[in-house]
Design a protein around this ligand. Sequence first.
Ligand code: NAP
Length: 316
Amino acid sequence: MPHGLITAWFYLSGIMPSKILTKFSQLTMKKLLFQFDTDIYPAVFDTVVAYDGGAEHVIGHGGLTPDNVTSLVEGAIFTRAPKDKKNTAIFVGGSDIVAGEALFAAVQKHFFYGFQVSVMLDSNGSNTTAAAAVAKLAVSGVLNGKKAVVLAGTGPVGQRAAAMLAMEGAEVSITGRSMIRATQVCEQIKARFNVDVTPIEAFDNQARAVAIEHTHIVLATGAAGIELLTPEQWQHNPTLEMIADANATPPLGIGGTDMMDKGIDRHGKIIWGAIGFGSLKLALHRACIAQLFTDNKQVLDAENIFSLAKEMAQSE
Ligand code: NAP
C-alpha cells in the first residue's frame, strides 16, 4: 500500500503512534531549497542547478532585502526537528553582489543555537564561476608572486576572482571604465577579504592592453558579449603566461581565444575559455548544493567554495 494511504488509514482510525509518525515524516522528508534572490525574478540558472545538485523542491523568492526576509527565514528554521533541519537550505543569489552579501548576512542574523539551516551565497554565479576559473589557473601554473589583472573586474565574478587570486598570493589589479567605480570595488574587496587589490582605469581595449603590460595572468570578467582585448593586444605580450575568460557570449572577452579552450597553448600562453572551465563551475555549483544538505550548519561563501574548487580542479 502507498505510504500516503497507510498514513491516511492510521489518521482515520485514530491510531497514529508517535513512532510511526516520526518514521513516515523521515520517509517523506524532502530536501527543500529556498532560493532567495535580490532581483525581482529568481535566476532560472540557479533553480536548474539546484535540482541538479540534489534539491528535491526549489522555492524561489525574488526582490528580497534584509528588511523583508525575516518571516521567510523563520519559516525555514522553525519548522523541522533538529535532526531534520539538514533537509532545508537557503541559497542567496541575484545580480548584485553587494545586495547579496547584505541579504546573506541578514539571513544568518536570524539564526540562533539549534535554529539554523545551511546557507550559500552565489550572486550571479560569482563565487562558483570565479572559484572555477582561478582554480583552473592554479592547476595550470604558479599564482603566488605573479602579477594578475582582472579585466572589467568590477562585476560580481571579477570581484570574487580578484579576491581569490590575491588569497593565492598574486599581486592583483582590476580594471574598470571608471576609476571611481574601480576604487570603490577595491575598497569593498579589502573590507570583505582583507586583501589589497589595485584599481586601474581602462576605458577601452587600448587602455586595457596597456594595463596588462608586464603582467603574468589575465582573467577577463567583462559583461557578456563585450570584447576587452583584440588578439594582437595579448598575443605578443612577452610576460603573459595564462589567460582565462569568463564570457561565453560572442564576441568573447579575449579575441583570438575559443570559449572551449581547456588550458590549451595559444601563442605560448595557457588559455582557459568560459566553457573550458565552465564544466568545473557547474560541477562545483552542484557539489555545493549537495553539501548544503549534509548538515544544517554549512555556510558556503567565497573561501570554502574556492577550497572545494581547488580540490575538484585536480581531477575534473
Ligand atoms: P557583469 O557584472 O555583467 O559585468 C562585469 C563588468 O563588465 C561590469 O562591472 C563593467 O565594468 C564591465 N562592462 C560592462 N559593459 C562594458 C562595456 N561595454 N565595455 C567594457 N566593459 C564593460 O558581469 P558578471 O556578472 O560579473 O559576470 C562576468 C562574466 O562572467 C559575464 O560575461 C558572464 O556572462 C560570465 N559568467 C560566466 C560563467 C561561466 O560559467 N563561464 C558563469 C557566470 C557568469 P565597468 O562598468 O566598471 O567598466
